[in-house]
Design a protein around this ligand. Structure first.
Ligand code: KG4
Length: 335
């Protein structure tokens, strides 16, 4: 069978990313232009500035991805692009670039759901991995347990009812002065810390695989404010270690419940928060104890990248998905 090369474009938040992937599994190039250092001064992503920076970065990223893969647009079979969820202005930049390429070359366009891309990052790291499996998707804006039935069909079994795990981490990182981006900074700050020193109130929900992170976030905020009022020093290393461990425990508990109810014994992690070392260690231990097979992407492929979009796009493409040039950005696209 002829190889299929997909050009993947991602611009849903603050990374302009483009990659060429062969047959959905092999990364030929992977270009990421991150704006994180720029947005740090504002303590978070400024949507309007993100869109403008994507405009400057998108064509150079596409050119570099083709160059690094040693190919031209003539070798490409399909252009895959994130069309939601994400920041609308940011999404529109990648989408317009993809549509422009398809218009002039006649290449087919495939719109990709950002989270399907995160899930597909696992296909790039584990060539033997095939559905069905369970996937815990944990990113800045989403926390959900997904039953992945096939490369293109999936069902959400549980989701957060309020904050995403990434939001709960980023917010507390900001309050204790770690800055932006909070996740990686908190991960680093908690290394070697005592994970049991600080106690947080957690929301317990029975008979559901849904999550809630607003309770633990509020509990952490109250603890910080209480200590400040009493003039007590927060031990940042122990505090962040305890907080991240508690979040990892909440995520693990429902994922194990989902494995039990579905009978699926393969679990993938996906999304930016899956880079978290507390989460990975917690899941590693549990998988070993329970005899589950655990997969998580390399650190580079956990956060936003074009290769995961090209991989998810490949599976949509061979399944017959084609989008028209009227495809619009959907900031709250459902899975
Ligand atoms: O998946 P992603 O790159 O973008 C979205 O689609 O949302 O996820 C971004 C989230 C942010 O909340 C960021 O703080 C978090 O992933 N993150 C981490 C780590 N690296 C990134 N959270 C905890 N530990 C990390 N090492």
């Amino acid at each position: 069978m002829k190889d299929v090369l997909v050009l993947g474009i991602e611009s849903s938040c603050d990374e302009t990313a483009c990659a060429v992937v062969k047959n959905g599994r092999e990364v030929l190039s992977d270009v990421i232009a991150s704006q994180a250092d720029f947005h740090e001064q504002f303590g978070g992503v400024v949507p309007e500035l993100a869109s403008r920076m994507h405009v400057d970065a998108v064509y150079p990223a596409i050119s570099k991805a083709l160059l690094d893969a040693n190919c031209t647009l003539e070798d490409i079979d399909c252009v895959a692009v994130t069309y939601g969820p994400g920041l609308v202005g940011a999404l529109l930049v990648g989408l317009s670039a993809a549509k422009g390429l398809c218009e002039v070359t006649g290449l087919p366009l495939v719109g990709v759901h950002h989270l399907k891309g995160h899930i597909a990052a696992n296909y790039l790291c584990f060539p033997e991995l095939e559905p069905p499996f369970l996937c815990l998707c944990v990113s800045g804006g989403n926390t959900m347990i997904v039953r992945v039935d096939s490369y293109t069909e999936m069902e959400i079994l549980g989701r957060t009812r309020d904050d995403a795990a990434g939001e709960a981490i980023d917010k507390i990182a900001r309050v204790i002065g770690l800055g932006y981006p909070g996740g990686p900074k908190m991960d680093k700050a908690g290394q070697g810390g005592d994970t049991t020193r600080y106690q947080f109130a957690k929301t317990h929900m029975t008979d559901t695989l849904d999550f809630s992170f607003s309770g633990i976030k509020t509990s952490a905020l109250n603890l910080i404010n209480g200590m400040k009022q009493k003039g007590e020093e927060i031990d940042v290393k122990d505090f962040t270690a305890s907080y991240q461990q508690n979040i990892a425990d909440i995520l693990l508990s429902n994922t194990l419940k989902a494995a039990e109810t579905t009978g699926l014994d393969r679990i993938c992690l996906a999304g930016g928060v899956s880079a978290n070392s507390f989460l990975r260690t917690t899941f590693d231990k549990a998988a070993e104890e329970k005899g589950l097979k655990l997969y998580y992407p390399s650190l580079r492929l956990c956060t936003d990248n074009g290769a995961m979009i090209a991989s998810a796009g490949y599976f949509e493409y061979i399944n017959g998905t084609r989008n028209g040039l009227d495809l619009n950005a959907c900031p709250s696209l459902k899975l």
